[in-house]
Design a protein around this ligand. Structure first.
Ligand code: PMP
Length: 406
């Protein structure tokens, strides 16, 4: 066969662990693998705003026509407003090119291909560590761009390695390089820069003439407050001349995981009297056409329903608070239990990190023992999805961690 030389590949990391988890028949098993919200019963959950939006859509009578190439114009207006806020959206009305994408993954892939085709950065700088898919997205979509890593996580202090990050960016980046920044709730570390640190990062990006890509997969889900989680992105706008892209996902904050709803927005600078927004817009659609034609319809219908009705918007904000608060409560619960058990080490990071994940600091060997001896599953890097904890299993999980450490 033409394919005999193909190297056999199993399912990728988290997906292979998920298969093992499903096959595990132990009644105490705990799933801290996949980044998807679970309720206190450990079940996938539909937020009330989503349930109500679907009722209002009258699914039975919906047509299933193609969306335009750029996606739903109504959705793009609202998603832009959500991430940039009304003031910036107004000010930059003629210099934001937006396109609906196949969720955050599609937005990341599209910007990689777009830059590789049109602006030719020598390097893309990714945080070390980052979401497992980032490196593959760039390798697959931007073969002309080299992958480089900037330090992000200091293992000994379990904190942001901020000075090393800044030093690397100052010393090693070239003009026109692209840099990926997580807008909030950094995956996998749960560590975000402070406002002062964001200000410094923006200055370096500006000075070194880098093109910034914000990956915004957790707006509102991280803190429960949509504006708070968009602060860094909006701050970058205050630096005239900085051009940047936003890869926006609605998987987590609207619980639309499988519907693949997202957007890519590119903020173009106003150096000339007529910013090249229309050209950017046109080329984005050209690439998207060749890859997938256009994004799927249903998710944008649901989101439009939530965006256009004040009562649903408020309901959605309450859902975001509920989800983020449950995660915070579980962080505190497992932390208190580890302290009560006098588990060796300092566990403060579990409560200080934000978003869905905790970068626990457990070694690959300890994670392996957790799985084999206690049926508690997390990524080999020690990343645990806090959403998998419930009032019924956090004590068991803390005890399991305690026993692989002592
Ligand atoms: N970026 C980051 C940082 C993520 O954590 C995720 C989801 N795990 C994504 C992008 C993309 O998710 P989706 O394609 O479902 O929007």
């Amino acid at each position: 066969s033409l394919f005999s030389d193909l190297r056999p590949l199993g399912p990728e990391g988290p997906f292979s662990l998920e298969t093992q988890f499903i096959a595990d028949s132990d009644s105490c098993k705990v799933n801290l693998i996949i980044g998807a919200y679970r309720n206190n019963q450990g079940q996938a959950w539909q937020p009330p705003s989503l349930v109500e939006a679907k009722k209002r859509i009258h699914v039975e009578s919906c047509l299933h026509e193609y969306l335009p190439l750029h996606g739903s114009a109504e959705f793009l207006e609202s998603s832009k407003l959500l991430v940039l806020g009304p003031e910036i959206t107004n000010q930059a009305y003629d210099r934001i090119a937006s396109i609906q994408t196949i969720s955050g993954t599609g937005a990341n892939s599209l910007i990689a291909k777009f830059l590789d085709n049109h602006t030719h950065p020598a390097n893309i700088w990714l945080p070390d560590p980052t979401w497992v898919n980032h490196a593959d997205i760039w390798k697959e979509n931007a073969p002309g761009v080299d992958l480089r890593w900037y330090p992000y996580y200091d293992e000994s202090s379990r904190s942001l390695s901020f000075s090393a990050m800044i030093q690397t960016l100052q010393r090693d980046t070239q003009e026109n390089d692209a840099i990926l920044l997580h807008a909030c709730a950094h995956n996998p570390t749960g560590l975000d820069p402070t406002k002062e640190q964001w200000e410094e990062i923006a200055l370096v990006c500006k000075e070194k003439k880098l093109f910034v890509i914000f990956d915004s997969a957790y707006q509102g889900f991280a803190s429960g407050d949509l504006d708070h989680d968009a602060w860094a992105i909006r701050h970058f706008f205050t630096h005239p001349g900085l051009e940047f892209a936003i890869c926006q996902s609605f998987s987590k904050n609207m619980s639309l995981y499988g519907e693949r709803l997202g957007a890519l927005h590119i903020v173009v600078s106003r150096k000339s009297s007529s910013p090249p927004t229309a050209s950017v817009h046109g080329h984005l659609a050209e690439i998207q056409r060749a890859c997938v034609s256009m994004a799927p319809l249903f998710g944008s219908r649901v989101a439009n329903e939530i965006f256009k009705s004040e009562d649903l918007h408020l309901m959605w904000q309450a859902d975001l608070l509920l989800m983020s608060n449950r995660i915070k409560t579980m962080r505190k619960a497992v932390y208190d239990e580890l302290v009560r058990l006098q588990t060796p080490g300092n566990w403060d990071h579990v409560v200080h990190q934000t978003g869905m994940f905790s970068y626990t600091g457990l070694t690959e060997e300890q994670v392996g023992r957790l799985r084999k001896e206690h049926h508690v599953y997390m990524l080999p890097s020690g990343r645990a999805s806090i959403c998998g904890l419930t009032c019924a299993n956090f004590k068991y999980t803390a005890q399991a961690i305690h026993s692989v450490i002592t």
